[in-house]
Write a protein that binds this ligand. Sequence first.
Ligand code: NAD
Ligand code: AHE
Ligand code: ZN
Length: 369
Amino acid sequence: MKVKAAVALEAGKPLSIETVDLEGPRFGEVLVEIKATGVCHTDEFTLSGADPEGLFPAILGHEGAGVVVDVGPGVTTLKKGDHVIPLYTPECRQCEYCLNPKTNLCQSIRSTQGQGLMPDGSSRFSLDGRPVLHYMGTSTFANYTVVPEIALAKIREDAPFDKVCYIGCGVTTGIGAVIYTAKAEVGCRAVVFGLGGIGLNVIQGLRLAGADMIVGVDLNPAREPMARKFGMTHFVNPADVEGDLVPYLVSLTKGGADYTFECIGNVKVMRQALECAHKGWGTSIIIGVAPAGAEISTRPFQLVTGRNWRGSAFGGARGRTDVPKIVDWYMDGKIDIDSLITHTMPLERINDAFDLMHRGESIRSVVVY
Ligand code: NAD
Ligand code: AHE
Ligand code: ZN
């Protein structure tokens, strides 16, 4: 079939709106009509050329929601008409990783997914007869996409696509990092670095968890009002701090934070986030994605003296199990998604979403098909 897609033809160039060919679903695959998709900083990261796994031409996008249109042979858990959220972290429920309660990183299709291919090693998309690669197994910057059955969460049918698409990445990543990865306790103190589409969800996760102190750190002062609305108790703009930021934050949190979250992708900030975690027990969680070649560093003494350095992908959530529950939290009014969706646009204007992100003017832009 012919589908409308924003194609990343090469790194560092705007997306190109094209009519591309999409083959139907093969064994274990599902054809999904994407109704809405968010634009995450990770899409920008890959488009920029900073992603060591970035491949071109490809159809980016990993924060979508839509409806099942057709299923391939062997598909048993989904049917035409089901509402779904594509999962860049699938959940096969059978691999060594899925069977280990310590991780959400299902590895059953990770290698082909990283090569921009479906599990059988081929692409369903093509343009003028030449293959176009998938991205993160989801490719939601197309109005129809093919996704493996194990990479689709079935969600309730009354949930609005243009809001719950954000649960496909940012909402789950932020809230999940607090609930599933940190397992933050009532009364904890936390510092959140980066108050964008991810960091603000970390803040609402901390509020859900009952944190006593939620410090937000961002260079963009315009982020303060929204962060306060979501539960931030203290705002710190590093540009306004005289001297080193780390001792300032250690003093503000009365000895260091129980939990810190890096939601930027800046390795210098990752070090600051570790070093303002409390001696003896503080845990720092890296969420931000850093460019190819970047490395983190600290004095090993920081770890010897009881700080913990961890990372979180997709908030530690197991998508087919946890995403429908997070959709329920939204529908029950337990979490706010609407306030964070600052811009919506048709696919033809998707490059505006990247411009707004670069200028720090949007929290989340959502493309509605
Ligand atoms: P965003 O652009 O919406 O937000 C980033 C925020 O960081 C902005 O508010 C910006 O002003 C602030 N910032 C930039 N440099 C700073 C600095 N030096 N000090 C303080 N604040 C600074 O991005 P986002 O969509 O929230 O994504 C954040 C990061 O998380 C990205 O690296 C993204 O790729 C990554 N991410 C990771 C996962 C995961 O599963 N681990 C999932 C989604 C996104
Ligand atoms: N491909 C990059 C890393 C990108 C990355 O870390 N992706 C996160 C999700 S970001 C969503 O916005 C993730 O889930 N990582 C786990 C995985 O298996 O990809 C690189 O550096 O190579
Ligand atoms: Zn994302």
